[in-house]
Design a protein around this ligand. Sequence first.
Ligand code: PLP
Length: 438
Amino acid sequence: MTIESKNPATLALHAGFRQDPTTGAVAVPIYQTTSYQFDSPEHAANLFALKELGNIYTRIMNPTNNVLEQRIAALEGGAAALAVASGQAASALAIQNVAQVGDNVVSSTDLYGGTWNLFANTLKQQGIEVRFVDPADPENFRRATDGKTRAYYAETLPNPKLTVFPIREVADIGREVGIPLIMDNTAAPILCRPFDHGAAVIVYSTTKYIGGHGTSIGGLIVDGGNFDWEAYPERQPLLNQPDPSYHGAVWTQAVKPLGPIAYILKARVTLLRDLGPALSPFNAFQTIQGLETLPLRIREHCRNADAVTEYLNRHDQVARVIHPSLQAGVDRVRADTYLQGGYGGLVGLELKGGLEAGRHFIEALELFYHVANIGDARSLAIHPATTTHSQLSLEEQLASGVSEGYVRLSVGIEHIDDIIADLAQALDRAAAAVKAAA
Ligand code: PLP
């Protein structure tokens, strides 16, 4: 039995699994197995030939991972999903699935640093060029496009700027010429459903809000099933030309009887098979536990982040607060168009005392953890100028939205009074330390 619903709170608990067919277990079992007994030689041959879908080997699929995949696909309104070992693996595979040597991808400049490195260095070494453009003007994507452009890439709610990406605008530009938009929705699950706005593929680091408890690294790729890969055979050769790694399969044709899942099935049976970044079933289980309460947690993250924004915005030691609720003009219109139900759990602040104040503030925090992570149920903070962005020049830091006194908060779901009290005492102590040193 499957439970039908349009409501995320229900889907997060029930989509893709009701009970274990053999034991009746209600919690998703951890299928800690590498391999699966075939029913017959014919069954085995059919599975390998993709005439029917089923379990072969856990590097490629696993029943625990399958529940996670079905659940996220249901929440996103997508066709199917693929669980992988990390968010980094999700981004890499999402690109490698459509681009090869000599091809290019156009990406927003506003990216997580790890993704930037993957794009600017590792993919470049593999012969895939990533062209970075400022997302403030969606037309920049069109300008950077040529005959070898295979995908567009962006984050829904990138930090530190926290300006929401123009999803529909860029997706429409791509769809005119057969280019899919891949959205990293890590910072805005539940709040944004990128397929509703024309994106073709979603990637997640489940390490963040979806897992939510800081226990497990993981990633997901979701196929919207809403992109006509077959209509652009020259633009999308990897999906439309015979694939020698699967005895000449043309993915858009071979997968047709199974539904609009050519993109994600190809990623599973070629890239996951060959490169091997499989998610362990134990991590899939942990991620499912997180996913089950995601809608509830996201609500609380947003509520607390709003209150923190309001508090910091009135504080005399704070020069500027960065949060979508404080934006105006086109940025605010985009935030209100693409985020529903809240502006997310991330808040940036710039301290009047600059670098020294930033350092002292981080040191003085007691409830907030000082970690290079976001999206945990616990409150987290980091001072990018002395950590994540310290390898960049001052100009590069400023271009990426990081001033010397910038601090990134990932507001957790503790009681708001305790969160504010910690910020208040840390701001006081930072101001006193800067004054004492002057
Ligand atoms: N995408 C975003 C927006 C991230 O913040 C991160 C990690 O910080 C990643 C991708 C990479 O995910 P992971 O650390 O799970 O590999």
